[in-house]
Design a protein around this ligand. Structure first.
Ligand code: GLV
Ligand code: GLV
Length: 323
């Protein structure tokens, strides 16, 4: 089978693809950038299996470039870039990479939470800028994390892993979700409606599944519900937050700060975010550790090879597509 990889993956993952006998031809994006729409369409028309990235829009029109497409293996746990119902209609299975990135994503969430609370990025800039003139009683005072209230919006695998970390800091943990999660008890997380969570939390961290229902879940009204001393952390998908409303709330002092890994119109972001000291911004790197990116690649490759052999797919999102 012919396989298109839309962006180079970690070396050991590429090695597996290059050595696999099941793959007759392997085409890898030669550029250090996302494929253009034309390149993606041309490559999709050529391949049997598409190994896509979360920034590749795999819509019905793309699928229609190739009526023989055998698999879309997305190199991400999120799959809002793929029109899964359209793939199902066309009999194309879609796979993602769940399970292996929960801990790394929770780690990064924790980094952001601590960094914004204790002003780490500002402090680092201060040192590098040669501004440090000696210890001072009120220099770069931040906010404590321990014993505070953490509100987790969406207690899935990643939200749960975040709660585990918060326990070590003796935090009170609240969560909201579409349904009660029985495993919340294991981490002492208390179920509340989202508005209660917003009103009571010192840190609000967003981990919902992104779809129409969670689009702009956090907007002007929700930001107003938060405490003025509270911080918002988002590592899920940018459009979960109305980014313009967030900038307004930050400027008006309606919340104390924000830490973001994702943006509404990536790679763009509201330019004013970059001017605010109480904002920590990183470029969608929550799963970006060598171990995790390799594990994600291995799941994608397992699925590619299983499809070549006609074996069951390990993380299929639409098993009905294969019949
Ligand atoms: C990252 O954002 C992912 O969905 O894997
Ligand atoms: C700070 O360095 C302290 O000794 O309180």
């Amino acid at each position: 089978m012919k396989v298109l990889v839309t962006r180079r993956l970690p070396e050991t993952v590429m090695g597996r693809l290059e050595k696999a006998n099941e793959i007759t031809e392997l085409r890898v994006n030669p550029h250090d950038r996302t494929l253009t729409r034309d390149e993606l369409e041309e490559g999709t028309a050529w391949c049997d299996i598409l190994l896509s990235q979360l920034v590749d829009p795999v819509d019905a029109a793309l699928m229609d470039c190739n009526s023989e497409l055998k698999l879309i293996a997305n190199y991400a746990v999120g799959y809002n870039n793929i029109d899964v119902p359209a793939a199902t209609e066309r009999g194309i299975p879609v796979t993602n990479t769940p399970g292996v990135l929960d801990d790394s994503t929770a780690d990064l969430t924790w980094v952001l939470l601590m960094a914004v609370a204790r002003r780490i990025v500002e402090a680092d800039r201060y040192m590098r800028g040669g501004e440090y003139e000696g210890w001072a009683p009120t220099l770069l005072m931040g906010t404590d994390v321990h014993h505070k209230t953490l509100g987790i919006v969406g207690l899935g695998r990643i939200g749960f892993a975040l709660a585990q970390r918060a326990r070590g800091f003796d935090m009170r943990i609240l969560y909201s979700d579409l349904e009660l999660k029985p495993y919340a008890e294991e981490v002492g997380a208390e179920y509340v409606d989202m508005y209660t969570l917003l009103r009571q939390s010192d840190f609000v961290s967003l981990h919902p599944f992104y779809d129409k229902k969670s689009h702009h879940l956090i907007d002007t009204r929700e930001l107003r519900e938060m405490k003025r001393s509270a911080f918002l952390i988002n590592v899920s998908r940018g459009p979960v937050v109305n980014e313009k409303a967030l900038v307004k709330a930050l400027k008006a002092g309606e919340i104390a700060g924000a830490a973001l890994d994702v943006y509404e119109r990536e790679p763009a972001m509201e330019p004013e975010l970059a001017k605010m000291d109480n904002v920590v911004i990183v470029p969608h790197i929550a799963s970006a550790s060598l171990e995790t990116r390799t594990a994600m690649g291995n799941i994608a490759v397992d699925n590619v090879l299983a499809r070549c052999r006609g074996d069951a797919l390990t993380t299929c999102l639409n098993p009905e597509a294969v019949g």
